[in-house]
Write a protein that binds this ligand. Structure first.
Ligand code: HEM
Length: 447
């Protein structure tokens, strides 16, 4: 860091003492807050939100510097209250050897070999969800229902086939933990946060029982639990029960709301562009017909060859940018392009601003899957993050979304109910009210 002495804090304003610019951030659309700052100060600017001094990074080079080329200078940082709910040993709170060991286990449990074997089970979950939505004349909250689907897919990739009794117990308690995650952390008994901590304790007990049974049966499985149980480091040390349960809850947390919100956006974008929907349908119907009208199962190879649907998926990830930004903390004074990032300051790579920058994506507010006919410029498209903490579940997420869309458009129809505009932060952006919709089976469908 030869220029550290000369480096100056980046431009920007720090707002009021103590509260900084938090009020401005929360009194307007966060995208407008960041975009107006970027316009005024450039791609690297300072601000003060939620009690933290921050440097915002809205250029691909700055994001790459923090996430890919200099990750050792920036540690992951989460509020302690959230860390307690997920579990402090979950991989995303860590750096170094422990992080890379755990990450490898998650990656191995998502290898193409293992994912291929999940296609039939994910299909069964997708069909069972869709069938239940199409029963009667009900209006469903699409996001909430998709959360159940993505939870079940998460359970599948962690445990393989899990006894339904355990699955329901995990779902019930995880749901309470999930509610507490965005509540105000307090020690007062009976509050949403305290209920979440109690449910977290129960989750650990249920996980201990499942682990005990698995050990008793001496089963060696290729799912995440199998990888966690079989792990030994170079000294022969295995993982503790806490490390195992924290990482299981961490993966459930990382897998559920993310996938469900992207899928909800896909359903909205397709609904809003009937011509595009017809084109996606034609692509999927061709596969459906090749599978003897759905009598033969959808194969892994077919999921790898859905060019239009895949572009719709990428464009939905860009447009919705459900992970708008991430946080890291400088572990030492760092210089980037003449700017000083002081030790202890947070840095926030702004994925959404990069995804919506007309320099990288022309007419960025337009939903246009054809833009992905050419690859985006390096480091400008990061829906799954970048570098050492990038998403190890991205292939599973893409697979489950493609399988879901295949069965949705070949066998069902849907209509959004009520006002169709607006975004709700839950905390990820989702269409207003979770996209209320009616689903029904396409007539003449045998299956
Ligand atoms: C469309 C769905 C998903 C999106 C958009 C998404 C996005 C992301 C992003 C942006 C990060 C990096 C965060 C950062 O750098 O701070 C991340 C990390 C992570 N994701 Fe995903 N994710 C999705 C689905 C999944 C699924 C299905 C799993 C399950 C295996 C998963 C597991 C993880 C884990 C364990 C991490 C932490 C990795 C680490 O710290 O090394 N994600 N995800």
């Amino acid at each position: 860091m030869t220029n550290l002495k000369l480096a100056k804090l980046p431009p920007g304003s720090m707002g009021w003492p103590f509260i900084g610019e938090t009020l401005q951030l929360y009194s307007q659309d966060p995208n407008i807050f960041f975009a107006s700052k970027q316009k005024r100060y450039g791609d690297v600017f300072k601000t003060h939100i939620l009690g933290c001094r921050c440097v915002m990074l809205a250029s691909p080079e700055a994001a790459r510097f923090v996430l890919v080329t200099h990750p050792h200078l920036f540690k992951p940082t989460y509020p302690k209250s959230k860390e307690r709910l997920i579990g402090p040993s979950a991989l995303f709170f860590h750096q170094g050897v422990y992080h890379s060991q755990l990450r490898k286990l998650v990656q191995n449990s998502q290898s193409p070999n293992t994912l291929q074997k999940r296609v039939a089970d994910i299909k069964a979950l997708a069909i069972s969800s869709l069938e239940s939505w199409a029963r009667g004349d009900q209006v469903i909250n699409t996001f909430h229902e998709l959360k159940k689907f993505s939870f079940d897919v998460g359970i599948l990739s962690i445990f393989g086939q899990l006894d339904s009794n355990y699955r329901e117990q995990l779902k019930e308690n995880y749901c309470i933990v999930n509610k507490g995650y965005n509540s105000f952390p307090t020690n007062i008994p009976g509050t949403t946060y305290q209920k979440a901590l109690l449910a977290r304790k129960r989750l650990k007990e249920i996980l201990s029982e499942i682990i005990y049974e698995r050990e008793e049966k001496k089963m060696v499985e290729k799912d995440l639990l199998g990888h966690l149980l079989n792990f030994k480091d170079e000294n022969g040390e295995t993982l503790t029960k806490d490390q195992i349960s924290d990482n299981i809850i961490g993966v459930l947390f990382a897998a559920q709301d993310t996938t469900a919100s992207v899928l909800t956006w896909i359903l909205k974008y397709l609904h809003d562009d009937q011509k595009l929907l017809e084109a996606v349908k034609a692509e999927q119907k061709a596969i459906f017909e090749a599978n003897d009208g759905g009598r033969k199962p959808l194969t892994w190879a077919q999921t790898r060859n859905m060019p239009l649907t895949y572009k719709v998926l990428l464009e939905s990830l860009r447009m919705a940018s459900i992970i708008s930004f991430t946080f890291r903390e400088a572990v030492t004074d760092v210089e980037f392009n003449g700017c000083l990032i002081p030790k202890g300051w947070k840095v926030m790579p702004l994925f959404r601003n990069i995804h919506h920058n007309p320099e990288f994506f022309s007419d960025p507010q337009k939903f246009d899957p054809s833009r992905f006919e050419v690859n985006p410029k390096a480091n400008t498209f990061m829906p799954f993050g970048n570098g050492v903490h990038s998403c190890p579940g991205n292939e599973l997420a893409k697979l489950e979304m493609l399988i879901f869309v295949h069965h949705l458009v070949t066998r069902f129809r849907w209509k959004v109910v009520g006002s169709q505009g607006g975004i709700q932060y839950d905390p990820f952006p989702v269409p207003q009210n979770g996209l209320p919709a009616r689903f029904w089976k396409e007539s003449g469908n045998l299956n």
